[in-house]
Design a protein around this ligand. Structure first.
Ligand SMILES: Cc1cc2nc3c(=O)[nH]c(=O)nc-3n(C[C@H](O)[C@H](O)[C@H](O)COP(=O)(O)OP(=O)(O)OC[C@H]3O[C@@H](n4cnc5c(N)ncnc54)[C@H](O)[C@@H]3O)c2cc1C
Length: 391
């Protein structure tokens, strides 16, 4: 899709680009360029560089370091972030928790947590899901019992991404097991991961990576001042947070990039009558994908334009659903282009297989998660049906 930018927008792009090209650590860019996951130290170094330039959390309110950008400026910024191989910031802190804090926390809590999140002095993870509570999150059982100035927390969280790297976890806990509705007995609590009684056990995903964990809480003493908002109102804050999580992945650039790789490499694959790029069925598949990506991109831009007040938009579910499906379709496409070489899962450098080819299955397997976390595709369809289509 081609957009016409105003001279002011072009100047804005140039300013952002100059910063990202000159002030961001090159070693972190190299990790992103190689398609690898940055480690904790690299993520923190990258975020600190952005924070120094005032770019760590553009969507935050200006008083806490955010930018008063137009939707188009925000779009240009995220475009440049992808273009310049910038690592993601700690999304759990910056993208998910901070909006809850700015909206619902006390001034004291804002001062305590927001600067630390912005400057990457605290690395956060999200403790919502439990073994018996995923899509049906309101059935969560981790218990927090008030004891004087503290809560005593017992229970287990599941699938906690980055818990093994995190300094803090934001949690949904059950504070009133007798509430008339399950949603009415839940609170939103912040817990320091170094507190005695917190332990982390790793889960290995099917691509072999260690990204997620189980987190156990055994009589963990948490100061009551770490409660966000009102006790038993946590469900309201969680819904707010999940709305932001779903609308988060709205830039189509990674899709265009994958498609460009597929085209470039397909042109090298020799078939009987030409290359894979000459194959009519393959071309039809590419055309269909291009159409879907274009539609996604325009929908995402339209949604940005209608979310200026910062309130979560149920359209975020459309973006989550379509974006994650596209991501998975593109990883499957790249496996097909790599052909038999995709089978070389661990590239020993001896087999003549290119790095991108051996990465395809790894990426495909890792990307299975995207239609599950942040609310599965089935859950997004239910939200679209009720909140957008009024069914
Ligand atoms: C890699 C990964 C990382 C994650 N990271 C985090 C994290 O950092 N923090 C966190 O709190 N959670 C995290 N999660 C958990 C994630 O949010 C849950 O896995 C998700 O909400 C689904 O819950 P579940 O796994 O319990 O599956 P279930 O809820 O048991 O669902 C099983 C299947 O049933 C379907 N289903 C369930 N209910 C309905 C319904 N009402 N209508 C139609 N179909 C339905 C689902 O779509 C799914 O296909 C992560 C998950 C993964 C896989």
């Amino acid at each position: 899709m081609s957009l016409i930018y105003t001279p002011e927008e072009e100047a804005f792009r140039a300013e952002v680009r100059t910063f990202l090209q000159n002030e961001y650590p090159e070693e972190v860019k190299e990790v992103i360029r190689a398609g690898k996951r940055p480690n904790r130290e690299q993520m923190i170094a990258g975020q600190k560089a952005l924070a120094k330039g005032g770019y760590a959390a553009p969507k935050w309110p200006v008083e806490w370091g955010g930018k008063d950008w137009t939707p188009m400026q925000s779009f240009i910024f995220s475009d440049e972030v992808l273009e310049n191989d910038i690592a993601p910031t700690n999304g759990f802190g910056i993208g998910l928790l901070a909006p809850v804090i700015t909206e619902f926390a006390t001034q004291e809590q804002k001062e305590r947590f927001l600067p630390a999140i912005y400057n990457a002095d605290q690395y956060w993870c999200q403790g919502f899901s439990e073994p018996e509570a995923g899509s049906d999150l309101a059935s969560l059982r981790t218990r927090a019992v008030r004891d004087g100035d503290n809560y005593i927390v017992n229970g287990q969280k599941m699938w906690t991404t980055e818990a093994h790297h995190a300094d803090w976890i934001f949690m949904l806990v059950r504070t009133d097991p007798n509430a008339p509705k399950r949603q009415m007995g839940i609170s939103f609590l912040l817990i320091d991961m170094k507190t005695p009684g917190v332990s982390v056990r790793k889960i290995r995903l099917m691509d072999g990576e260690h990204e997620v964990n189980e987190v156990f809480f055994d009589n963990v003493v948490v100061p009551a001042e770490n409660l966000i908002g009102e006790e038993n109102k946590g469900w309201t804050y969680a819904k707010f947070l999940l709305g932001n999580e779903r609308g988060g992945m709205s830039n189509a650039k990674p899709f265009w990039r994958r498609l460009a790789v597929a085209k470039k490499e397909a042109a090298k694959v020799q078939l009987e009558n030409g290359t894979l790029m000459d194959d009519i069925l393959f071309r039809a598949r590419l055309a269909e994908l291009e159409t879907k990506i274009t539609a996604f991109e325009e929908t995402a831009l339209r949604l940005k334009g209608t979310s200026a007040d910062g309130a979560p938009n149920p359209g975020g579910s459309v973006i989550k659903l379509r974006g994650t499906e596209l991501m998975q379709e593109l990883t499957a496409l790249l496996i097909d282009v790599a052909g038999p070489n995709a089978r070389v899962f661990e590239n020993d450098g001896l087999s003549g297989v290119e790095a991108w080819q051996s990465a395809t299955v790894h990426t495909y397997l890792n990307t299975r998660k995207v239609t599950i976390f942040g609310g599965s595709s089935e859950v997004q369809r239910s939200i679209i049906a009720s909140a957008i289509l009024g069914l």
